[in-house]
Design a protein around this ligand. Structure first.
Ligand code: ADP
Ligand code: ADP
Length: 229
C-alpha cells in the first residue's frame, strides 16, 4: 500500500505490505521518519491508504459501516508510548479501564463493569484495589500495565503497541515485555509493535519489518533480520 499526506510531494509509505498473521507478533522498526507511525495509523484505521489495502489479522480492514467499525474497535486495541500522558489523571483507574466497555456499550451496570475491570487488572498482575486509585499514584511501569489492562478489557485479538516500553527504565521495560509476551501466548494475541528498540523487538516479535524512507527494506523472522549485517 501507499500513503501520502495531504500536500506532501512524496509518499510517507511506498509499496509497503504489512501482512499481520493471526497470533504472530510483528515488530515494525526503522529510523525516525521512516514511516512507522504512518503504518500504525493505517492499521488503526485512522487514515486510509492512498492505494492498496491494509491486512490485519489475515483479513482486509473493512470499516465501511457502523457495525464493522464497532467490531474493529473491540477487536483491535492500542497501547501508546507514554503512560504519563495516555491516562487521564483526573479519572480513577476503574473508569479508565472500563472506558472502552462503556463507549462501545459492551457491558453496563456497576457490578458487571467492576468484574471486568478486576479481571483486566488481574491479567496484568495488578490488585483489585488499584481500581480505586488515580494514575499519579503509580510509577511508569504500573501505569503502562493499567494502559494494557484498558486495552485488554474488550477481549481484543490484536494489540497495536506504539513504542510501549521506550519511556520506561530498563528493569521496568523487561517486566512489561515479559507481560506482553505472556499475554500473547496465553490469549493468542496478535501483537504489532512499533519500536526503535531492537532488544524489545527481539524479545517479543517473531517477525520484523524494517522501514526506511517509507519502504520495506527488510522483512522476515526477527532472528534472521537481527543476525544479518
Ligand atoms: P516514524 O514514525 O518512523 O518516525 P512517520 O510515519 O512519522 O515516521 O513519518 C513518515 C514520513 O511522513 C516522514 O517523511 C514524515 O515527515 C512524514 N509525515 C509524518 N506525518 C506527516 C503529516 N502529518 N503531514 C505530512 N507529512 C508527514
Ligand atoms: P518503575 O517504578 O515501575 O520502575 P518508572 O520507570 O516510571 O517505573 O519509575 C522510575 C522512578 O520514578 C520510580 O522510582 C518511580 O517511583 C518514580 N516515579 C514514577 N512516576 C512518578 C511520578 N509521577 N512522579 C514522581 N516520581 C515518579
Amino acid at each position: 500500500m501507499d500513503y501520502r499526506y495531504r500536500g506532501a510531494t512524496t509518499n510517507a509509505l511506498d509499496g509497503v505490505t504489512l501482512a499481520v498473521e493471526p497470533g504472530v507478533s510483528l515488530g515494525v522498526v526503522g529510523e525516525s521518519g521512516s514511516g512507522k507511525s504512518t503504518a500504525l495509523s493505517l492499521l488503526l484505521g485512522l487514515a486510509r491508504p492512498t492505494s492498496g489495502r491494509v491486512l490485519l489479522d489475515g483479513a482486509p480492514l473493512d470499516l465501511s459501516d457502523r457495525r464493522r467499525r464497532r467490531d474493529f474497535r473491540r477487536r483491535v486495541q492500542v497501547v501508546f508510548q507514554d503512560p504519563y500522558s495516555s491516562l487521564d489523571p483526573r479519572q480513577r483507574v476503574d473508569r479508565i479501564v472500563a472506558e472502552p466497555l462503556v463507549s462501545l456499550r459492551l457491558r453496563r451496570g456497576r457490578e458487571s463493569l467492576r468484574e471486568a475491570v478486576t479481571a483486566a487488572l488481574a491479567s496484568v498482575d495488578l490488585d483489585a484495589d488499584v481500581a480505586r486509585r488515580y494514575p499519579h499514584e503509580f510509577s511508569g511501569g504500573q501505569r503502562q500495565r493499567i494502559a494494557i489492562a484498558r486495552a485488554l478489557v474488550t477481549g481484543p485479538s490484536v494489540l497495536l503497541a506504539d513504542e510501549p516500553v521506550s519511556a520506561l527504565d530498563l528493569t521496568t521495560r523487561l517486566g512489561v515485555i515479559a507481560l506482553l509476551d505472556r499475554l500473547k501466548r496465553e490469549r493468542g494475541l496478535t501483537v504489532v509493535m512499533v519500536s526503535h528498540d531492537v532488544s524489545a523487538v527481539a524479545a517479543l516479535c517473531e517477525r520484523t519489518v524494517v522501514l526506511k524512507d517509507g519502504r520495506v527494506v527488510e522483512q522476515g523472522t526477527t532472528r534472521d533480520i537481527l543476525d544479518s549485517p
